[in-house]
Ligand binder design. Structure first.
Ligand code: ADP
Ligand code: ADP
Length: 230
């Protein structure tokens, strides 16, 4: 399995004199889905961007496995971290077929191997028949599965997802969440999912980290946090 542990050690982020993150220590264990839950503006996306390497912490460190990827003396560029990103607006390319969308994530690989990998990935998400289709021909749920297949095919050690279901209507969300969880489990991926929706965090997260005003309030399973199983 390619899943890794991702750890934040006393991570802070300042813009001018504003403390956006106030020293967060937290980890996602290999194969775990960790949800960052908190109100809008609490710093969740900033923490995710620091994990991705899109932002640099003002203090503290980020470890990926036993490798320091961000710290006072060290900064590993996003493309060298081996993390996958899925943002809310990170849609499929409309002018590319489904297969080519997935192959796009495998640009570093030779093209025959990339094609085989992409076809296998489509099979895993149950959409082998859609290889030649264009995204607009598919349902929202199918598009989301393909976006997930694209994010996972390069085998990131950690998949970072920022409000990945916010673009879906509520009818679809349930199905897509269940699908997502199943696909993450099969890939045995470590995932960090940002959400402001407590119900979503309870459904998806092996553990939930409550973030408020740039600080970690509490982290644990849904049962530990809310005192009941879900
Ligand atoms: P969340 O994801 O929880 O909604 P964010 O991490 O997006 O929160 O933002 C946390 C806070 O930091 C917000 O108040 C946001 O406006 C502020 N913020 C984030 N990045 C910057 C920046 N580069 N400059 C100024 N303020 C920022
Ligand atoms: P916000 O939380 O402020 O709404 P967005 O989700 O719109 O932020 O985007 C987060 C940041 O990550 C943006 O600066 C965007 O350009 C960048 N980004 C999005 N997708 C990728 C990607 N695959 N690789 C690198 N950077 C990305």
């Amino acid at each position: 399995s390619f899943a890794a542990r991702l750890a934040f050690e006393d991570v802070g982020y300042r813009v001018g004199t504003t403390e956006i993150l106030k020293g967060i220590s937290l980890s996602a264990e290999p194969g775990e889905v960790l949800c960052l839950l908190g109100p809008s503006g609490s710093g969740k996306s900033t923490l995710l961007k620091i994990a991705a390497g899109i932002e640099r912490p003002s203090f503290g460190r980020v470890l990926l496995g036993d490798r320091e990827v961000a710290g006072p003396q060290r900064f590993v560029a996003p493309e060298k971290r081996g993390v996958g990103l899925m943002f809310q607006d990170f849609a499929l390319f409309p002018h590319m077929t489904v297969l080519d969308n997935i192959r796009f994530g495998l640009r570093a690989m030779d093209s025959a191997a990339a094609k085989r990998e992409a076809a296998a990935a489509l099979e895993r998400v149950g959409l082998a028949d859609a290889a030649g289709a264009y995204p607009h021909m598919l349902s929202g749920g199918e598009q989301q599965r393909i976006a997930l297949a694209r994010a996972l095919t390069p085998r990131p050690s950690v998949l970072l997802m920022d409000e990945p279901f916010s673009g879906l209507d509520s009818r679809l969300k349930d199905v897509v969440r269940t699908d997502t969880l199943q696909i993450l489990r099969e890939a045995r991926a470590t995932a960090i999912v940002v959400t402001h929706d407590a119900e979503e965090a309870m459904r998806l997260g092996d553990r939930i980290a409550l973030i408020r005003d740039g600080s970690l309030v509490q982290a644990g399973t849904a049962a530990e946090l809310y005192g009941r199983p879900v």
